[in-house]
Design a protein around this ligand. Structure first.
Ligand code: GLU
Length: 399
């Protein structure tokens, strides 16, 4: 067998991107698959953003830029952090990367070492743990109960901290649960972390997709966290720019500079045309966000209603943000289709892809094997068709 690097050999492909790839393959083979897999807005990138990219291309902005992004982009990010989050960062405290994922992976690799523990409240997005293990550190999964709305309780956090804890990754609104922390909950968690030297990483990529109003940023509620805190964000969801690959991190200069050194060695600057588009996205009129949010709000109501109607799918909490629902399917585990037994959420997702041609992501890699993740970043028509199919397929399972 080919000998690989130990850390690379141990990681699996991203479950969300793998689900998307399988659905795309089936579509190419002529199968009518409905994708509720990868979390990707179905809206097109707003015209003004595309035009900015076109202009940059015509003006020949096709050369290397500074590794962490142009001065104009860093200023646009600075403005965004102030406008949307009430946080002050200087350009030297900001790095732009090829997607938020790259910013996160580079910062995590820059900050943590062998022997370090990074707390990941679960269910959590599939890639956090892989990023931590690639850095040689260990993920300490801290399960958050469905009863508490999948939110981390301050007491649970306090108990999870050990002398080896060096970081925590928070993500609100949450992928995959759609859970959103309110100001009191954020303040309570901040209180546990503020007098420690634990790096507090706040992944805010779904910040604009909240149905009940955005809470102030945790680092605004507790400004002392900024000295050991990193903000991560992306343009993918807010401006429907997934394929453009642009995201960023902001935090203490030394941490950001270290991530920049790594980025200078393993990739360099994010795409120059994308950077020009990102400046327009962040600094231009922000009114496209509203209709997108309204569409997501309607879909959220539809999906909650349809999911709750499927026998064996349980959704006790109504997700308050992002565009995912994460139902508990434990009642269906142990049921069979032909000679196949459904043993976990991944098995159910595979069954539904096979029998209903609906793509979802099983909960295993989110740290919740009794669940499946359903993305509702698609039209209500597609959603209704998908749920009709899921209901039909689930009815065929023998319990
Ligand atoms: N964050 C999205 C998802 O969870 C995009 C895919 C990814 O990079 O994981 O589906």
């Amino acid at each position: 067998m080919l000998k690989l690097n130990r850390r690379i050999a141990a990681i699996k492909p991203s479950a969300t991107l793998a689900a998307d790839a399988r659905a795309t393959e089936m579509k190419l083979a002529g199968i009518d698959v409905i994708s509720l897999g990868a979390g990707e807005p179905d809206f097109d990138t707003p015209e003004r953003i595309k035009q900015a990219a076109g202009k940059a291309l015509a003006a020949g902005q096709t050369k290397y830029t500074p590794v962490g992004g142009t001065a104009a982009l860093k200023n646009a990010i600075k403005l965004k952090l102030k406008r949307d989050n009430n946080l002050d960062y200087e350009p030297g405290e900001i790095i732009a990367s090829a997607g938020c994922k790259q910013a996160e992976a580079n910062v995590i690799a820059a900050l943590f070492d062998e022997g370090d523990e990074v707390i990941i409240p679960t269910p959590a997005w599939v890639s956090f743990a892989a990023m931590v293990s690639l850095a040689g550190a260990e993920s300490k999964f801290v399960p958050c109960s469905e009863r508490s709305g999948f939110l981390l309780e301050p007491e649970t956090l306090r108990r999870a901290i050990t002398p080896r804890t060096r970081g925590i990754i928070l993500n609100s609104p949450s992928n995959p649960t759609g859970a959103v922390y309110g100001p009191e909950q954020l303040t309570a968690i901040a209180r546990v972390l503020v007098d420690t030297d634990i790096w507090v990483m706040s992944d805010d990529v779904y910040e604009h997709i909240v149905y009940d109003g955005l809470a102030p940023h945790m680092f605004h509620l507790e400004p002392r966290l900024k000295s050991h805190g990193i903000v991560f964000n992306s343009l993918s969801k807010t401006y429907a720019m997934t394929g453009w690959r642009i995201g960023f991190a902001a935090g203490p200069k030394e941490a950001i500079a270290a991530a920049g050194r790594l980025q200078s060695q393993n990739s360099g600057n994010p795409n120059s045309i994308t950077q020009a588009a990102a400046i327009e996205a962040l600094t231009g009129p922000q009114d496209e966000l509203k209709p997108m949010l309204e569409a997501f709000r309607k879909r959220n109501a539809l999906v909650v209603e349809r999911v709750r109607r499927i026998p064996g799918f349980k959704l006790p909490n109504i997700p308050q943000g992002a565009f995912y629902v994460f139902p508990n399917v434990s009642e269906l585990l142990g049921s069979r289709f032909g000679d196949k037994e459904i043993t976990d959420g991944d098995g159910l997702a595979a069954f539904l892809l096979d029998q209903a041609h609906v793509s979802l992501v099983g909960g295993n890699d989110f740290g919740a094997p009794d669940h499946v993740r359903i993305s509702y970043a698609t039209s209500t028509e597609n959603l209704n068709r998908a749920f009709d199919r899921i209901e039909g397929a689930v009815a065929k399972l023998k319990r």
